[in-house]
Design a protein around this ligand. Structure first.
Ligand SMILES: *Cc1c(COP(=O)(O)O)cnc(C)c1O
Ligand SMILES: *[C@@H]1O[C@H](CO)[C@@H](O)[C@H](O)[C@H]1NC(C)=O
Length: 556
């Protein structure tokens, strides 16, 4: 260590350092890994916040503690944390524990470097390039660029920034006030994933809402004045009453309600169900709307963000059709495949993303379905003109000297707006080395098989109502408790059904038996979303899940 000042106790005592770390690794292996992934143990140990504060004894004091106490602290941290690797953790879009990825994370942490220059991260700079190349090849690109970002939301935000910069390359010099108002299109389910970040995009709007609402289009001409130059305003799209409980998608939402109803009245349009959702038979209509409402309002459309694997329902946008539209109108096509990108590894299911090779940018989170561990999120670009560096670079002369003794193109720091950047490639690379494409493909396919098993088992039981036939490994359903069965016609049925999931959630968390997320969605009241992502899952876990819901909800 270069620091000459000796730290108290451990730092000067290599034997004690080793003893501590071996002991900690022992605790990690026993408590976090073995118990943390065992179905005979709880998935979580619920405590009320005040009690938890007491139990953890969080206060930091002037006096240091003994190694024995420190090890106790490590055990307590693990005991009261949620075991996201546990087979009964269905709560998030990630679950499970891959030992090779974990090994990669431990090495990354131990080496403690930043990814910005070849000088201090030679191995990881080359490795990142190779991993990104592999991900791009799966998208269908033989060349391009990319970067690991701190999460899919940042990857999406970068895509927006890049699209704007590509269209207005002088915006950095001239300032955003010189740009016209811009409009981007994205699906209604996007929520905060495209929530503009004022610091990065300088998106200002009095109407900027917490959740960037779906489709920016429904702007009445009168809102022209509130479109800020250079930024993206967010507009509440007019509410659309859905004729069915099916999911409404980006392209479906474009026409206003009145237009929609008029067309339906005149018999010119009728909804068609395709793979469990409504589709517009004629995209042309959408673009009539697009031209009328967006172009007439003076806003310049510059980007469409399609989603491959939506967060709640796990739906896939029709990328070929969207790419056609983008091509016709010269729009940047971004595909948010944060959740669904890993399906590209499966020969059986990758057709869900057909057309993705026509995108300009793709966001893909290997920390979700591939279980690489948080965080691992890639932004992939088809661009070969160094757009990332031109758009985000600041040429900090103390890091990125141009007269270095090696190829300075290897310094990736100027591709991002961060300075220091974590090493996110090793965990994925090591896991991929261990599994091969084939091992990863088997995992994806297995997840699809288990999700299907769960659905079929649900259909055999009373009390489970599917929200829709899943396209992916998100299984969305209502648990209908005994008192509500056969009462579909009663006026307060939906209101009462909506109260079931929160009650069951409380019960399962307090017992620590499993964790499943729930949410309302559009006009639908609270329903459960089981995410079948953990590669350790078996049919027995699916049966357990159904039995446990029945057990927890039998008195409701
Ligand atoms: C999870 C998710 C994101 C956000 O990714 P983070 O890494 O959590 O920031 C974006 N888009 C979709 C579709 C997602 O499922
Ligand atoms: C990691 O690097 C920081 C400086 O950036 C240093 O203070 C710390 O001691 C290092 N930790 C390890 C575990 O090497």
């Amino acid at each position: 260590m270069a620091d000459s000042e000796a730290l108290p106790s451990l730092a000067g005592d290599p034997v004690a350092v080793e003893a501590l770390l071996r002991a900690v690794f022992g605790v990690v292996v026993d408590e976090a890994i073995q118990k943390g992934t065992s179905v005979s143990q709880k998935v979580c140990e619920w405590k009320e916040p005040e009690e938890l504060k007491q139990l953890l004894d969080l206060e930091l004091r002037s006096q240091g503690e003994s190694q024995k106490q420190i090890l106790e602290r490590c055990r307590a941290v693990i005991r009261y944390s949620v075991k996201t690797g546990h087979p009964r953790f269905f709560n998030q879009l990630f679950s499970g524990l891959d030992p090779h990825a974990l090994a990669g994370r431990i090495i990354t942490e131990s080496l403690n470097t930043s990814q910005y220059t070849y000088e201090i991260a030679p191995v990881f700079v080359l490795m990142e390039e190779e991993v990104l190349r592999k991900l791009r090849a799966l998208v269908g690109w033989s060349s391009g660029d990319g970067i690991f970002c701190p999460g899919g939301s940042i990857s999406n935000m970068y895509a927006v920034n890049l699209a704007r910069y590509q269209r207005y390359p002088d915006c950095k010099q001239r300032g955003l006030r010189t740009l016209p108002p811009l409009a981007l299109f994205t699906s209604k389910e996007v929520g905060k994933r495209h929530r503009p970040n004022p610091g990065l995009l300088i998106l200002i709007s009095s109407q900027l809402s917490r959740d960037l609402p779906g489709l920016l289009p429904a702007l009445p001409t009168s809102s022209k004045a509130s479109l800020p130059p250079g930024g993206c305003a967010s507009f509440q799209s007019r509410s659309v009453t859905t004729p069915s409980r099916r999911e409404l998608r980006f392209w479906d939402l474009a026409p206003t309600v009145s237009e929609w109803s008029r067309l339906m009245r005149e018999g010119k349009w009728s909804p068609r169900i395709w793979r469990g959702r409504l589709v517009w038979p004629r995209l042309r209509l959408t673009f009539h709307f697009f031209e009328t409402f967006i172009l007439d309002s003076g806003a310049v459309p510059f980007l469409v963000s399609a989603t491959s694997g939506t967060t709640v329902l796990g739906a896939f946008d029709p990328l070929e059709a969207i790419a056609d539209v983008c091509q016709r109108h010269g729009l940047w096509l971004h595909v948010d495949a944060a959740w669904g990108g890993s399906v590209l590894l499966s020969q059986t299911h990758r057709h869900l993303l057909d057309g993705i090779q026509r995108a300009d940018s793709v966001a893909w989170n290997p920390h979700k379905l591939l279980a690489a561990g948080l965080q691992c999120s890639a932004l992939l670009l088809q661009d070969t003109s160094n757009l990332l560096k031109r758009c985000h670079g600041s040429q900090a002369s103390y890091l990125f000297q141009q007269d270095k003794f090696y190829d300075v193109a290897l310094d990736t720091g100027d591709k991002v707006v961060q300075c220091g950047r974590r090493v996110d490639c090793l965990k994925l690379w090591l896991m991929w080395k261990a599994q091969g494409d084939q091992g990863l493909e088997r995992r994806i396919d297995q997840a699809f098989v288990l999700a299907r098993y769960l659905v079929e088992e649900m259909k055999k039981r009373e009390g489970f109502e599917l929200v829709m036939e899943p396209e992916f490994v998100n299984v969305c359903f209502w648990f209908v408790p005994p008192s509500l069965r056969g009462k579909q016609e009663s006026p307060d049925y939906h209101e009462r059904l909506s109260k079931v999931a929160p009650v069951l959630k409380e019960r399962m968390v307090k017992e620590g038996s499993m964790m499943i997320g729930y949410q309302p969605h559009g006009t639908r009241g609270n329903f459960f979303r089981v995410v079948v992502a953990n590669s350790a899952l078996t049919c027995a876990d699916m049966d357990f899940l159904l039995n446990e819901l029945e057990r927890l909800g039998q008195d409701l």
